[in-house]
Design a protein around this ligand. Structure first.
Ligand SMILES: Nc1ncnc2c1ncn2[C@@H]1O[C@H](COP(=O)(O)OP(=O)(O)OP(=O)(O)O)[C@@H](O)[C@H]1O
Ligand SMILES: [Mg+2]
Length: 388
């Protein structure tokens, strides 16, 4: 019984058989019950139609009426038996033929239903064993075909997540290895006496360790943002207050590099719908980049403009610029235009813009970069919905 319960195909097959047997029994019983009555009725009708003239004469051939009728009834009984035998034979043949056809049809139907389910079962086993490229083939548009399509969709999403996971581990390993190799190199130099135990050497080591800890912090933030493990506290807020916070926070950095950091906002700008902390983080990431990638004496301007029902906030710098082919990739994690340049210029890890993109998109906005070319500055813009 348990074997039957665990096999969808067998269950369907048996249910078809039960239906079939019930149908056949009903045909059988009904004909057995109905035939004698129907026959008697027809006989009585026949007798009435033929009356005394025809019926007796036909059956008796010139003998007395009573005798003729007696003989006629005997023949009628024979006739009825023959009729019943031939009827039963025909019925038997029909029932056998119907049963064979029904069994074949049941088997075909069952196989049709069960084979895609079995395919999905074995595919899911292979997927759980790590073969994420596994798919099931299905045709038609019934529930089973829809299930197969959903199954394939799920499999391709799993495959994507797995690819991203592998890529992330590869990227993180690569990023962690660089500062660790430096620290190890300095330590070996110190042990071997190749490097002097000076403040400068220790400073270098500290710098690398600092880079490592910043990277770990950034990765933690990235994983939080990518997995959407945070809540947004969206409220109407003025762009000018966001920019004020930004200027206050980054002015020391800009001043240290002799860069002029200023805002250029229209007076009548509507408030935007934003989570203050998160959008401040976006602005800080953009403006910190602008300061980092602009040579001394340059300029960074934060501006905003209304376009239909959104406000576009831009951070424009007069820095090193970005070649056109890199513009769309900047928002991908660990992407840097020139890896060695970033490292020498303070050790960016290529996460800042990825975090900014996630945060802006969580607000329902977009973010993009523009640059005329190398050495001609860059502009990073993101959009937010207006509160009104
Ligand atoms: N204003 C800019 N001017 C020129 N290049 C830029 C600018 N902003 C970003 N980039 C380029 O985009 C890359 C990615 O920026 P992102 O902020 O994501 O990473 P990062 O600054 O290298 O490191 P971090 O994660 O510490 O911010 C940078 O490495 C740099 O090559
Ligand atoms: Mg950055």
């Amino acid at each position: 019984m348990n074997y039957i319960r665990s096999r969808l195909g067998l269950k369907l097959f048996l249910s078809y058989l039960v239906v079939l047997l019930v149908g056949v029994s009903v045909i059988w019983v009904t004909t057995r019950l109905a035939t004698p009555r129907a026959y008697a009725r027809h006989l009585a009708y026949m007798e009435e139609q033929m009356g005394s003239s025809g019926f007796g004469t036909m059956m008796g051939q010139g003998q007395g009426q009573g005798q003729g009728q007696g003989q006629g009834r005997g023949m009628m009984a024979d006739f009825y038996e023959n009729f019943q035998a031939s009827f039963n034979e025909a019925l038997f043949v029909a029932v056998v033929a119907a049963a064979i056809v029904a069994v074949i049809v049941s088997w075909l139907l069952t196989r049709n239903i069960v084979s895609p389910v079995q395919a999905m079962m074995s595919a899911s086993q292979r997927i759980s064993a790590g073969h994420y490229d596994e798919r099931v083939h299905s045709s038609g548009s019934d529930e089973i075909a829809q299930l197969a399509a959903r199954f394939n969709q799920m499999a391709s999403q799993l495959e994507q997540v797995e690819t991203m996971r592998r890529q992330l581990i590869g990227d993180v390993t690569h990023e962690l290895r660089t500062p660790l190799t430096s620290i190890k190199g300095y330590m070996e130099g110190l042990v071997d006496g190749v490097l002097p135990a000076s403040a400068e050497t220790f400073d270098q080591i500290h710098h690398e360790a600092d880079r490592l800890s910043r990277l770990v912090d950034d990765l933690q933030e990235l994983s939080r943002v990518e997995s959407k493990a945070y809540s947004l506290d969206v409220r109407p807020i003025t762009v000018s207050s966001l920019v004020q916070t930004l200027l206050k926070r980054l002015s020391p950095q800009a001043t240290a590099k002799r860069i002029s950091l200023r805002s250029d906002l229209p007076a009548d700008l509507e408030p935007v719908l934003a989570d203050e902390d998160r959008i401040t983080q976006v602005l800080v990431n953009l403006a910190a980049n602008a300061i980092q990638y602009t040579p001394e004496g340059g300029e960074v301007v934060v501006s905003a403009v209304r376009r239909e029902n959104e406000i576009q906030i831009s951070v424009k710098d007069s820095g090193i610029g970005i070649p056109a082919e890199h513009l769309t990739n900047l928002f991908t994690r660990f992407y840097r235009v020139d890896k060695s340049r970033s490292r020498n210029a303070g050790g960016g890890s290529g996460i800042g813009l990825t975090i900014a993109r996630h945060l802006v998109e969580a607000h329902g906005g977009r973010i993009w970069a523009e640059s005329v070319g190398e050495g001609q500055g860059s502009t990073f813009t993101f959009s937010l919905k207006t509160a009104s």
